[in-house]
Design a protein around this ligand. Structure first.
Ligand code: BGC
Length: 438
């Protein structure tokens, strides 16, 4: 069966500065240095996303890097900061028509009262170079990292945060307009509700706070920063397309004797955390930006037995232990379609060393994207996460292989994987053949 996409569909890939550039000096680099050894000590097969802990053979595949502290240091990245031009040329040769990258705020504003124009021009220069190659730049303004001075002053907990952030955004928006870049897609914030949950509820990410009510403040401040940023960007370029990308999980209540309680847990979890940010910015977006990876079956009975909340069962899973369910993309798109706006899938992918599995998972996911489009959801593009094997946030690190392209850590040589060529064929042909039994 042939799966066909409309002319002009934005086939692309996504990256973020901290995960590829190298040579960072921000609040995460500081945190990595302080926490790398602990993360290596604590690494275990207990990565349970509802399919049980990693099996012995799965853990064996990742144990060595996971137990090595250098795995948790972003370090030189994949040297994208110096190789970005050849990297976008590579993307262009693969037929990609969109690239999402993030601007590193700590490079633009290394001190509260210092703005580095050369770095503004660096990031704007990338967008110009992309357009020259027929690639649509999709520019993220915040992807988890902050300048150190900003975090020291209290980071996203502070009521002043949105205003401070707006100042940086204004510099970027004015520079883009001055460079003649109109109709740019901007993603103001990447997954702020996940950032708040990991940093202020589970305590896994900086600033490592557990069950802190400040998580709500952080989400609120991000929503305000989003609105202020959108106003600022639109004031200099009314044609700009502005959104922010939440981490959209397809939650399902386990149908067992506890079903009513499971449904309640899904509703409370979504209301308090997952949907908090999206709801606040619902009226202030020009397109829906959707990051989607996970389908989680919620069973509260598991908490009582101290087994975690999710119970996906014995389904295939990625190297990170994440359950693989390509069909969940259809569910989240149907939901996103209710907003009656264009949708761009700003992230979706799989961490795996089994490259054939990446190709299969991607095609199956795209089949479900296509199904949602047939039912009227206005999906304009799909950005695969990620173009390269890159630095993954804890508890993973360098061993999580999300890329269509691998990178030799010593020579930094890029090698397109078979899944990268398969994705390139899809992009160039605007479609692909898939087993009709799906
Ligand atoms: C983030 C990416 C990350 C990816 C895979 C998303 O939550 O935006 O930065 O690498 O998921 O974990």
């Amino acid at each position: 069966m042939r799966v066909t996409f409309p002319e002009g569909f934005l086939w692309g890939a996504a990256t973020s500065a901290h995960q590829v550039e190298g040579g960072m000096d921000n609040d995460w680099t500081e945190w990595e240095l302080a926490n790398a050894e602990r993360l290596a000590d604590e690494a275990s097969p207990r990565l349970d996303y509802g399919c049980g802990p990693l099996r012995a053979e799965e853990w064996l595949r990742v144990r060595n890097p996971a137990k090595d502290f250098t795995n948790y240091l972003s370090g030189d990245g994949i040297d994208h900061v110096h190789r970005w031009r050849e990297d976008i040329e590579l993307a262009s040769s693969l037929g990609l028509r969109a690239l999402r990258y993030s601007v590193e705020w700590s490079r633009i504003q290394p001190d509260a009262d210092l703005v580095e124009n050369r770095w503004i021009h660096h990031y704007i220069g990338r967008a110009i170079a992309m357009r020259e190659l027929g690639i649509e730049p999709i520019i993220t303004l915040h992807h988890f990292t902050n300048p150190k001075w900003f975090s020291r002053l209290g980071g996203w907990e502070r009521p002043e945060a949105p205003h401070v952030f707006q100042h940086y955004v204004s510099n970027m928006a004015v520079a883009a307009a001055d460079a003649g870049l109109d109709s740019v897609h901007w993603v103001v914030a990447n997954e702020p509700e996940l950032y708040a949950t990991k940093g202020w509820v589970f305590g896994d990410w900086p600033p490592n706070k557990k069950f802190s009510p400040k998580s709500q403040k952080v989400i609120k401040h991000f929503a305000e920063a989003h609105k202020r940023s959108r106003d600022t960007i639109k004031a200099v370029d009314p044609t700009a397309m502005v959104s922010s990308a939440p981490h959209v999980i397809d939650f399902e209540a386990k149908k067992n004797i506890l079903w009513p309680a499971n449904k309640l847990a899904v509703a409370v979890g979504r209301g308090l955390l997952a949907d908090q940010f999206s709801k606040r910015i619902a009226e202030d977006i020009d397109f829906v930006a959707l990051n989607h990876y996970l389908h989680c079956v919620v069973n509260v009975g598991r908490i009582a037995n101290n087994m975690g909340l999710f119970q996906n069962g014995n389904v295939p899973r990625s190297d990170l232990g994440w359950p693989l369910n390509p069909e969940s993309m259809y569910n989240v798109l149907i939901d996103a379609g209710k907003k009656k706006l264009p949708v761009i899938i700003t992230e979706n992918g799989i961490a795996t060393r089994d490259d054939a599995l990446r190709e299969k998972f991607t095609k199956e996911t795209l089949y479900h994207v296509n199904r949602a489009m047939q039912e009227g959801v206005d999906v304009r593009g799909y950005l695969h996460w990620s173009l390269f094997d890159n630095f993954e946030w804890p508890p993973a690190g360098w061993w999580a292989k999300f890329g269509l392209v691998s990178v030799d850590p010593h020579t930094m040589e890029r090698t397109v994987k078979p899944s990268g060529y398969a994705y390139s064929d899809i992009a160039k042909n605007n479609g692909f053949e898939i087993d009709a039994s799906l």
